[in-house]
Design a protein around this ligand. Structure first.
Ligand code: FAD
Ligand code: FES
Ligand code: MG
Length: 280
């Protein structure tokens, strides 16, 4: 079965949104889940978070950043094209309940990942404080969308070209230092950002959920590729997660495993670039 791209939007340079026709996935999708996508018969399988869905239309939205061969191949597709596999929804949905005050932190492309979670937290009756961080102004997207589902939104950039010049951990620390400290923090973005968010909240004892992104292949607990360690116990991020308690994650093991195929990925991308005359 082929999954048709209904809509393509280029959000910012190298970050794209695709809305695909995938009624079975749309019917069951919940915040925090992901799909495994394969462009064609020979393509590799890559996991991407479900950024949005429309059960009536039978569509699912993904937002992805071009980082290597497969995401660059994906970025070549346009509305009307199809992908061969779009398996999901996979993973355990994010735990949503009325906690009180929830801080949602999204870094880089993961602003799209945090969106459905912030929305669900708001719908559950929480006060939602969202913090979105980017390297610079040109990479900011979905600011208004995130503002709509938040009681408060803080935008940071590393270089100060927009919003506040800060890392996301600065406003996070300030939120923790207020009289009424948050009841829960959810931080999603680059692994190093998630680690530092967890380190920021640790002394305050506020439970902090992170969405881990080890390399995944099948996404259904069969291959062991996404093996990580949480609280000293081996877990498979695809079926036990991807959400975990950030204070319990063995970050060094995650970083090591994420870099396992760096040489092969570089060779693959260089070959792809030379075939497509893409500047490096
Ligand atoms: P490559 O050059 O092959 O890899 C670049 C880096 O991406 C690698 O060093 C590795 O750390 C990581 N990576 C490579 N292959 C995989 C793989 N099979 N599984 C996981 N990571 C891999 N990215 C987005 O842009 N948007 C998302 O919504 C998103 N959601 C994700 C949800 C989950 C649960 C996980 C685990 C990852 C998610 N990612 C997301 C990351 C995305 O899967 C990788 O960027 C993508 O696989 C890179 O493929 P590539 O061939 O373009 O790059
Ligand atoms: Fe294969 Fe998780 S991706 S076990
Ligand atoms: Mg790849």
């Amino acid at each position: 079965m082929a999954y048709k791209i209904l809509l393509r939007e280029d959000l910012v340079p190298k970050i794209h949104l695709f809305k695909l026709a995938a009624p079975d996935v749309a019917r069951k999708a919940q915040a925090g889940q992901f799909v495994v996508i394969r462009i064609d018969e020979k393509g590799e399988r890559i996991p991407l978070t479900i950024a949005d869905w429309d059960r009536k239309e039978g569509s699912v939205t993904i937002v992805f950043m071009e980082v290597g061969t497969t995401t660059n191949r994906l970025a070549q597709l346009k509305a009307g094209d199809s992908v061969t596999d779009f398996v999901g929804p996979l993973g355990v949905p994010t735990h949503i309940e009325k906690f009180g005050t929830v801080v949602c932190v999204g870094g880089g492309f993961a602003v799209a990942t945090i969106m459905p979670i912030a929305r669900a937290m708001k719908e559950a009756g929480n006060k939602v404080i969202s913090i979105m961080g980017s390297r610079n102004r040109s990479l900011i997207f979905w600011e208004n969308e995130l503002r709509r589902v938040s009681d408060q939104l803080i935008v940071t950039t590393d270089d100060g070209s927009y919003g506040r010049k800060a890392l996301v951990t600065e406003p996070l620390k300030e939120a923790l230092e207020t009289n009424k400290k948050p009841d829960r923090v959810i931080a999603i973005g680059p692994s190093i950002m998630m680690k530092f968010c967890a380190e920021t909240t640790r002394p305050f004892g506020v439970k902090t959920i992170v969405s881990l992104n080890p390399i995944m292949v099948d996404g259904t607990g069969m291959c062991g590729c996404c093996r990580i360690s949480v609280g000293g116990v081996t877990r498979f991020a695809c079926v036990d997660g991807p959400d975990f308690d950030g204070h319990q994650v063995d970050w060094d093991l995650l970083f090591t495993r994420q870099r396992m195929y760096l040489d092969e990925e570089k060779i693959s991308f260089a070959q792809w670039q030379s075939r497509h005359s893409v500047p490096s």
